[in-house]
Design a protein around this ligand. Sequence first.
Ligand SMILES: Cc1cc2nc3c(=O)[nH]c(=O)nc-3n(C[C@H](O)[C@H](O)[C@H](O)COP(=O)(O)OP(=O)(O)OC[C@H]3O[C@@H](n4cnc5c(N)ncnc54)[C@H](O)[C@@H]3O)c2cc1C
Length: 428
Amino acid sequence: MQLYPQDQVFWYLNNPVEITPLTNDISTEVLVVGGGMAGLTAAQAFAEKGCKVILIEKNYCGAGASGKSSGFITPDSELSLFELEHMFGAQIGNKIWKLIGSGVDVIADNIKKYDIDCDYQVQDTLVVANTARAFKNDIEKEYKKRQESGYPSTLYDRAQVRSVIGSDDYAGGISYGGTFGIQGYKYCFGMKQALQKQDVQIYEETPAIDIQEKKVITPQATITADTIIVCTDRFEPAAAILWNKIYHVQTFLMLSSPLSDDQVKQIFPAQPFMVWDTDMVYQYFRLTGDNRLMMGGSDVFYTYAKNESHNNERIAKKLMNYCRTKFPSVAVEFEYIWPGLIGISKDVFPVAGFDEKMPSVYYIAGACGLPFAAALALHCADRIINNNTEFDQQLSPYRAFTLGSGIQRILGTRLTFALSNFLAVGSL
Ligand SMILES: Cc1cc2nc3c(=O)[nH]c(=O)nc-3n(C[C@H](O)[C@H](O)[C@H](O)COP(=O)(O)OP(=O)(O)OC[C@H]3O[C@@H](n4cnc5c(N)ncnc54)[C@H](O)[C@@H]3O)c2cc1C
């Protein structure tokens, strides 16, 4: 079967929407820059607290990682509870886990409250080990941490995991509930509509080309604002901002043709799960509402590539091979592939805080997960309106990283971030 590469958000291409750019100078209390999960949730949080809010977006809402994502909504995205506790100690690690949980909750609440049509699929999460070593080092440790913290989960050894995933190739796994899948683009589109009904002004095809104290310049107009929340995730095109704190990782998604019920049963004998594995550059898959298998992954080279890589045959082959190896008796035909860039910090923990020279400017970046992006947006409104300084230290854009700017100048950005990310999570 032919594989169709997608250059833009797959779901948007099939359904383009009306766009309004900003053409005249305006002022507002809160300006949000970026219309992904973080920006839309920030706009919502400030609007619900009674602020006048404007949101500007470079392309269209959901054009970035949020719209291209595979839509696993679980607190356990890039960092597990075990990893958070390892980084910050049990008490703070647990509080951060709860904070991410608030992101899961707000997404679920919004889908219900605004009746957002975004292929909401309630599915438990299943993390599977590719090796016996990973089972011992990652899965068992995570299970123990979850037990200690009172989060229910089920542990499966090699024989038991076969009852929930139709593969003989996994060394065990852990599953837990309270998670669900969404179509990220449609969620963003639904939130855009809901916010517009609440008088949030949204201007698309309106990039911020310069961010100054209380002022943002766009191609056709200038916006003055008391508070500016920058939710661009990767700081483009204003690349000079936090250049040494945030880079990106690239991941790819493939979408199969609809599976038969029999094929679904072969892959998910008990019920559909949202699955990912324990590789450092991990594979992940889930079933969409129309029974397509959505499968994602990357490799070390492309993860840190400078630009998005379209029509990437190497990754397509890698993911197809993965599927064949894990499920040899299921003939899955993939139809589409697309890449996406995700903002990431050197230690894989997000950045959220004020600019050190421009007190009106607050950044949210490198969330590495839809729930964390939403949670940071909620926290940002709480930080600014209620002066809740909890997590300031952990989230500070100016915290110390193992490899600083000096080394980055010598090694280059890609290598510095690859090494830093490995030192942060690969060595846990
Ligand atoms: C293929 C893929 C799969 C993923 N799967 C999952 C998953 O299953 N679960 C999960 O939790 N996370 C997943 N992620 C990660 C998750 O999507 C991101 O971490 C999250 O969406 C980040 O949200 P955000 O709002 O910070 O960034 P984005 O969604 O990228 O939003 C930033 C927005 O800012 C806009 N922008 C950029 N520059 C400017 C500017 N100068 N002016 C105005 N606007 C600007 C962009 O166009 C974009 O719309 C995935 C990501 C990808 C790419």
